[in-house]
Ligand binder design. Structure first.
Ligand code: FCX
Length: 434
């Protein structure tokens, strides 16, 4: 009693009833037309997904269960007075829609710590990966291997009643979230450091543990940054590649390990989560070519124009849905202004904020010239000494698990069906409008 799972068990019948009423009362109503452009153009704007954990407004940005980022920061329990919220609290909020108490947050930390072990064969698998296998590929590999212990897969094989699917989905999801820092830290240690494995400390929170394992546990600023980072990257409604993929693969009743691994393979694309790595690489290449660590706005402008002229995107800018500065960017900027105002890399990121939107607007085809979440995260991590860009998307992935797996639990609780949209051939479309 009082646990997250017990609360979910109470909420599920209410939500099932809400869905039933939605279907009965409004099932046949239209959400708008589907145009040929939508079928060709990556389904932009087509309202065809159910996703409860967060909702994105193109002007205002993300709301998690109805709460904006400033509200989340204010409402969720924090480790340090006036500091960053615990991601554990975010998990409670995403799963239940309710703001947890400090005691409930603590119960999540303890629950996750108790689940934080990985089998030896997965450790060996990671240890045997060549150093030049991308950290995201290693993450995905490890998740697929951890799938051996899926409780959902076993329950399905044993003939579990479909009404109970959510229970093993919840157990798997909590296990995955608990195990991710161990996997992620092992990858970091193997690829970039001496391969040191730090055990879980049962008395501390998720972020402190993850920081300990990465080798940054003593650095209180880094731990606070990690809390913020893990909160901000959790969820961005259902249509982005990692969220939609997890949901899609899960709809075939693939278990949470397989579903999340699929989602993370999408996060590893440069137009999605890998953009955080690309941003830093782009800035460092610029600095290298100009032989400075603090380029002027004019130099940045010239470098942007070169990037565009060579047929590349400026990473960290633009968005498929957002039409304003991403509040996840703004929140990281506030963190930087508070903790690392004079960092030259932050100054470059700030200067880019001043010049890039105008350049992209002038180019005339970008629908959103403003920065997204990925434009800022790398500079913060660098400030605290986590310099290895190839690793950044792994941290994004650890956080993203919180959102997409919370929704996956609800997908199974609500009995959502296998996804199967209709596709068309070019000829069939051409003939349709002859
Ligand atoms: N630099 C240069 N050109 C850009 C651009 C950018 N930052 N953003 C968009 N464009 C271009 C597109 O490539 C497209 O060109 P095309 O017509 O020649 O194909 C045109 O502008 C219209 O694209 P638009 O409708 O504005 O954007 P999309 O919805 O198609 O794509 C993304 C959105 C995010 C993929 C796009 O803005 C982009 O490539 N940005 C850079 C990569 C990035 O930062 N991704 C991270 C996004 C996010 F926050 C995340 O998922 O993590």
């Amino acid at each position: 009693a009082g646990s997250l799972k017990a609360r979910l068990a109470e909420l599920i019948p209410l939500k099932q009833q809400q869905l039933k009423e939605l279907k009965t009362n409004h099932g046949s109503k239209s959400l708008g037309e589907v145009t040929v452009d939508m079928a060709i153009g990556g389904m932009r704007g087509a309202k065809v997904l159910l996703w409860d954990t967060s909702l994105l407004d193109s002007e205002e940005g993300i709301r998690f269960r109805g709460y904006s980022i400033p509200e989340v920061k204010q409402l969720l329990p924090a480790a340090v007075e006036g500091g960053e919220p615990y991601p554990e609290g975010m998990l409670w909020l995403l799963m239940t829609g309710e703001v947890p108490t400090a005691a409930q947050v603590k119960s999540i930390s303890e629950d996750l710590n108790s689940r934080a072990v990985i089998p030896e064969f997965v450790e060996e698998l990671l240890d045997r990966c060549p150093r030049d296998l991308h950290p995201m590929s290693q993450l995905s590999l490890a998740l697929n291997a951890l799938q051996r212990d899926s409780i959902f897969a076993k329950a399905y094989k044993d003939g579990i009643n479909k009404k109970l699917y959510w229970d093993p989905t919840f157990e798997d999801s909590m296990n995955v979230i608990a195990k991710l820092p161990l996997v992620a830290a092992r990858i970091y240690q193997n690829v970039f450091k001496g391969g040191k494995a730090v055990p879980v400390d049962m008395s501390v929170d998720y972020s402190q543990n993850f920081a300990n394992m990465l080798g940054f546990g003593e650095n209180k600023g880094f731990v606070e940054l990690l809390r913020l980072y893990l909160v901000l990257h959790t969820d961005h409604e259902g249509g982005n590649v990692s969220a939609h993929t997890t949901h899609l693969v899960g709809s075939a009743l693939s278990d949470p390990y397989l579903s999340l691994a699929a989602g993370l393979n999408g996060l590893a694309g440069p137009l999605h989560g890998l953009a955080n790595q690309e941003v830093l690489r782009w800035i460092l290449n610029m600095n290298k070519s100009l032989n400075t660590n603090n380029p002027t706005k004019e130099q940045i402008t010239n470098y942007c124009n070169e990037t565009l002229a060579s047929g590349n995107v400026i990473p960290g800018f633009g968005h498929a849905v957002l039409r304003k500065t991403d509040p996840r960017y703004t929140s990281q900027r506030e963190f930087a202004l508070k903790h690392l105002k004079d960092d030259p890399l932050f100054q470059t990121v700030s200067n880019m904020y001043e010049v890039v939107p105008q350049i992209l607007t002038k180019q005339g085809k970008v629908k959103n010239p403003w920065p997204n979440v990925d434009a800022h995260s790398g500079c913060l991590l660098c400030h605290y000494g986590l310099l290895e860009q190839d690793y950044y998307t792994v941290m994004f992935g650890v956080s993203r698990a919180f959102g997409v797996l919370s929704q996956l639990v609800w997908d199974r609780a609500l009995g959502l069906p296998i996804e199967r949209p209709k596709s068309m051939t070019m000829d069939s479309l051409t003939n349709m409008f002859k």
